[in-house]
Design a protein around this ligand. Structure first.
Ligand code: SOE
Length: 410
């Protein structure tokens, strides 16, 4: 309940599948763990199907279930809209919500296209002037070990950064009979492994080093080009029911690999795939500098590796740092040292930082502009792959032509 010293932040979430479930868990937990100036209240969840949304509301802890997002973003009893839908609706929902004065959290990748992402970044800049906040949900930035890596790099502990090596490896598409879900259709998802998991490692590389990707040479591959139609989630069920072919085209990449240059002189390599047999959710990033290295592996989420090349030669070697001390980011709020945290905590930390930003009137990061920066890299990767891996510069995030580009595209 809202109290005078701790008013409510009234939240509504749109979409209630995997990400909606992760976000709900975080909204339920955040005020129980962190002492914050606002208390998140889970007012409503929105979905297309009334019965399924009602079931989700009861399972995930939302007071109400609704089906009309347009009416939802206009409501006076909502302060913040959390967008957990596929990428094809991010821009429309976010722009409408920001125009209606609602703070917005939008899942990654920010959008399906650069034009949409630019429009969203412009809307966020306009909204900021009215005290309205917007954040893009790259949750891995909120893993304590990842924050520690950034702090070490920022403090100069590894010196000038020379290399970034990042992979995000999954294997859920290895079976050619796996059905054609919305994630495999360009019009819904924008791209495949590139946007879904490649976006995370691009964001992490830019976040940890403080440098941006300036150019890329890329290749993408779609190993299985036709798949059985899914019953519901692909949105293609109607075609199947009408007696049309039972297979549909995969219109996104299964894998994307690219090399890159970064603004501070570092060189980088990235690999994003859904065909790395045996690798379920393998995110790994290593940064090598003149004076040392740092590395993170999501399968060992509570640790990082740190190599300090400035110490005596006889004592050098990678040190495993267990990131569970109260001095480590976010960890005072959790368990005693050595008591581990997991994937879902990154979302709770995301909500913590967003609530704090709203309450203190500061801009949360990653901002929509940060999301746009990632989108520009993804776009350059796509262009380079289309041009036989030709070197492709990453465009500037300047948002000046956002509206005209978007309208023109429609
Ligand atoms: C895809 O399988 C996915 O769920 C991504 O969409 C998430 O962003 C990533 O964290 C895990 O993998």
């Amino acid at each position: 309940m809202s109290t005078p010293d701790r008013p409510d932040l009234r939240v509504a979430m749109i979409g209630h599948a995997f990400m909606g479930t992760a976000h709900s868990q975080a909204w339920r937990t955040v005020n129980r763990v962190f002492d914050l100036p606002l208390r998140a209240r889970m007012v409503a969840v929105c979905g297309r199907d009334a019965d399924r949304t009602k079931a989700a509301a009861s399972r995930l802890g939302w007071d109400e279930a609704v089906t009309d997002w347009r009416a939802l973003v206009e409501r006076d009893d909502i302060d913040l809209i959390d967008i957990c839908t596929p990428g094809d609706s991010h821009a429309e929902i976010a722009v409408a919500a920001l125009a209606a004065g609602k703070h917005v959290l939008c899942e990654k990748p920010l959008a399906n296209t650069v034009a949409e992402a630019r429009l969203m970044a412009t809307a966020a800049a306009d909204a900021r002037a009215r005290g309205v906040r917007a954040m893009c949900g790259f949750n891995y930035r909120r893993v304590p070990g990842v924050v520690l890596m950034r702090q070490l790099v920022d403090a100069g502990r590894i010196g000038t950064v020379r290399h970034v090596r990042a992979v995000y490896l999954q294997d859920w598409l290895g079976d050619p009979q796996f059905p054609l879900t919305w994630r495999l259709r360009r019009e819904r998802a924008g791209s495949g492994a590139l946007g879904d998991v490649g976006s995370h490692i691009v964001d992490l590389a830019q976040y940890v080093t403080g440098q941006s990707v300036t150019g890329v040479s890329a290749l993408t591959e779609t190993f299985v080009r036709r798949r059985p139609l899914a019953s519901r989630s692909s949105g293609l069920a109607a075609v199947a029911a009408a007696g049309a072919p039972q297979f549909g085209d995969v219109t996104v990449d299964d894998a994307a690999l690219f090399t890159a240059r970064m603004s501070g002189g570092a060189v980088a390599s990235f690999e994003a795939t859904r065909f790395a047999t045996g690798r379920k959710n393998g995110l790994r990033i290593e940064v090598n500098g003149e004076l040392g290295s740092v590395a993170f592996d999501l399968e060992r989420l509570n640790e990082i590796e740190f190599y300090d090349a400035t110490g005596p030669g006889t004592e050098q070697g990678f040190t495993r740092i267990l990131v569970t001390e109260p001095e480590h980011p976010y960890l005072t709020a959790w368990w005693p040292p050595g008591h581990l945290i997991g994937y879902e905590h990154s979302f709770t930390h995301e909500m913590r930082d967003l609530i704090d930003a709203v309450a203190t009137g500061t801009d949360p990061r990653p901002s929509f502009e940060d999301g746009l920066r990632v989108q520009l890299v993804l776009d350059a990767v796509q262009q380079s792959a289309n041009a036989g891996s030709a070197w492709t510069a990453v465009e500037s995030p300047s948002t000046s032509n956002a509206r005209s580009n978007y309208v023109h595209r429609m």
